[in-house]
Design a protein around this ligand. Sequence first.
Ligand SMILES: [Zn+2]
Length: 273
Amino acid sequence: MTPVLVDTHSHIQMDRFDDDRQAAIARAAEASVGYVVVCGDDPETCASALALARAHNGILPTVGYHPHEAAQIGEAELAQLRTWSEDPAVRAIGEIGLDYYREISPPEVQARVLDAQLDLAIERGLPVLVHSRAAEDAIAAHLSRYAEASPLRGSGREVGIMHCFGGTLEQAERYVEMGFLISLACTVTYPKNEEARRVASGISLEKLVIETDSPFLPPQEHRGKRNEPAFVSAAAHAIAGVRGISFDEVAAATTANALRLFAIDAEHRVVLA
Ligand SMILES: [Zn+2]
């Protein structure tokens, strides 16, 4: 029997799924996806991630404010995040990070909002989902301070996930050393993305997870269309291909890694429905 897959990062609460969200969840379950992580990135999508998780088994909600939103985040929004983080359904703080590529919020504002959320993750003992774009050097200092202070350090669980990892193998190894998992998206299937395949073959299988980041970043065979959780298997197939191992081995390892990070233990396994 094929092990279930975990899509460790999606945004299926977004309006691009308003017409067929139930059907997309059913297609994911049909495609052996056992869990879909639904990430909040602003106040509205945090609330809708939590609502979706109440309506379905196997939806793992996370709450956090994306660096694009940083300029809109004040004390009231941070207080709201703290309240949400006390909900036992919440699996992580994220997505949070730095984005110097689009720089929609000023870098110093992004840094302040990131640090406030890292502090909350430390306080709550929750892992973090990290978005880093064109900010690899700047973010490392924030994350190493966090990783040192996280109560997850030394617990057998990792401190977070580097989501849709787009750096080099050497950078990935540095984050693994800090205590992070590396998540590869379906972009690992793109012909030009040699570096992602270097990461896919070079990182220890015990440190890899997979994601869709849907509705964004569809796999090569669906390029130009909307991505959805059912397509996460494309990332697993690509990783199996470059490592020369079976799809089932990649599925079993990445699922075990994800369930460990999100603290879904054997008694609490209720897959997508
Ligand atoms: Zn995302």
